[in-house]
Design a protein around this ligand. Structure first.
Ligand code: GAP
Length: 455
């Protein structure tokens, strides 16, 4: 089934009913476009983050991680350009009192990039051409710039002096710690600093389930290089990022690379490649790899008390490194993984939902099932053994064996182990693979090695 044919509402219902994602604040009617992760969702999220950390930090020997704060000194956002530049163009239809992103309207109707127009040209185009939109006649107000940062106050008094912002990207927490990290870890260029954490954007038009939300999580690496190395590592991280996504099970035909036109580049970028994914609503940005040059370190150096820079031992001079940044949202990646792994299959007269997740991502690697309830004690011993070996497992004794298999297939459990009538005599169990549904008979003492050797 192609992604555009998959019914996203069916998938959302499945995710809700099986404990992956819930509407947030549901008992109060919800809060628009906010979603909570349930018990299976958080297991999948943690596995995704673990894979990113393994690939971008542990396996890249020059890279290390940090964890900086969501609330930072407001001067960080002044220097980074977020206070002046991090805004979307908002246009209001006075007839239905709804606000829209002007660029989205233009791009949706023309299939061209709005970045090619000035703000005035965009406004004129919409007013002259869009007489009906979103099932309503239109009477457009002028375009306004809307800053996407969430503002709050630190301390008890609410005034201008103590205004602070929730970070809109994790990257700046890395830049401002450049000296601390480089000195404490005695790092030599090129090296990377990564982190995973929450970011907040007051998006004008959030939506498409967890694709665009106001609170989300990012996994970002800032890779610092000598200026002349920027192209080499930009290309390296574009290729690495694509391979990372494929290694998580995304299909080759579901992703494509899109290089940004000059007009489209963010204020800090010399070059950006988006890795787009074919979501149910069409192609959308999943990951971005940007050449941020020395923009951020230089900008902080104009405002901060300390200079962020690197001493080049060979040339005996201070330099400002360039930065290559691969950045991806955890929530978007989770959505892409689910869309590509969710299958509805017809087997003889029966249908089954199966989430064909790669072993490392499965919320549960194994489910232990006693064929009948009287086997439960022995089956629970196997369950305990798996947990003791740090294998994420679950246990299910409710319903027919067929139904229990289906339930586990639908949440992506890789193996099902059934303890049956013969197990007591042959000290063996049946182990069933999720995708092939092939079953093997193995000795209980061999379960751990079987699982470890057949991932
Ligand atoms: N530090 C660079 C940066 O933040 P970005 O393209 O704005 O660049 C990076 O964001 C990634 O963060 C995106 O590719 C996307 O995966 C994720 N992301 C951005 N805005 C998001 C939102 N409102 N909801 C969910 N994920 C988002």
């Amino acid at each position: 089934m192609k992604n555009d044919q998959k019914n996203i509402n069916t998938i959302i219902n499945h995710l809700k009913n099986s404990g992956f994602v819930f509407q947030s604040s549901e008992i109060y009617g919800g809060l628009a476009n906010t979603w909570d992760y349930g018990p299976l969702g958080i297991l999948l999220i943690n596995n995704i983050k673990k894979e990113w950390w393994k690939n971008f930090i542990i396996k890249e020997k020059n890279n290390i991680g940090i964890d900086s704060k969501i609330l930072l000194n407001p001067n960080v956002w002044k220097a980074s350009g977020h206070l002046s530049n991090f805004s979307d163009l908002l246009i209001e239809n006075k007839i239905n009192n709804k606000r829209y992103r002007a660029d989205h309207i233009y791009e949706e109707i023309t299939n061209k990039l709005a970045a090619e127009l000035t703000q005035e040209e965009l406004e004129k185009w919409i007013i002259e051409n869009v007489k009906e939109y979103d099932n309503s006649k239109t009477d457009w107000a002028n375009i306004k710039k809307f800053n996407l940062m969430f503002k709050t106050n630190q301390g008890v008094i609410e005034d201008k002096k103590n205004e602070i912002y929730l970070r809109p990207e994790t990257a700046q927490g890395i830049f401002i710690n450049f000296n601390n990290v480089q000195r404490s870890m005695r790092l030599k260029l090129p090296f990377g600093i990564g982190q995973i954490g929450k970011s907040f954007r007051n998006e004008i038009t959030p939506g498409n389930f967890i694709f665009r939300t106001r609170e989300f999580e990012q996994m970002e690496l800032e890779f610092f290089v000598y200026p002349h190395q920027d192209e080499e590592f930009y290309n390296y991280y574009v290729a690495k990022s694509k391979n990372f996504l494929l290694s998580l099970g995304l299909k080759e035909e579901s992703i494509r690379l899109r290089v940004h036109d000059k007009e489209e580049l963010a204020h800090y970028s010399k070059g950006t490649t988006d890795i787009e994914f074919l979501f149910s609503f069409g192609w959308g940005e999943l990951m971005g790899i940007a050449n941020r040059t020395d923009f951020d370190l230089t900008s902080h150096n104009k405002l901060a008390n300390e200079k962020l820079r690197y001493f080049d031992q060979e040339k005996q001079e201070w330099i400002i490194p360039y930065v290559i940044e691969p950045s991806i949202g955890v929530d978007r990646l989770l959505l892409a993984i689910i869309v590509d792994s969710y299958q509805e299959e017809q087997i003889n007269d029966e249908s089954r939902i199966v989430m064909q997740l790669k072993y490392e991502l499965c919320p549960y690697k194994v489910c232990v099932l006693p064929l009948v309830k009287k086997h439960s004690e022995s089956a629970k011993e196997i369950f305990d053994m798996l947990i003791d070996h740090d294998i994420m497992a679950t246990y299910d004794e409710v319903g027919s064996i067929g139904k229990r298999y289906r339930r586990q297939d639908s949440i992506g459990t890789y193996w099902c182990i059934t303890y049956d009538y013969d197990s007591i005599n042959d000290h063996s169990v049946t182990i069933r693979h999720r995708d092939t549904m092939k079953q093997d008979r193995i000795k209980i003492e061999d379960i751990i090695s079987y699982i470890q050797n057949n991932k």
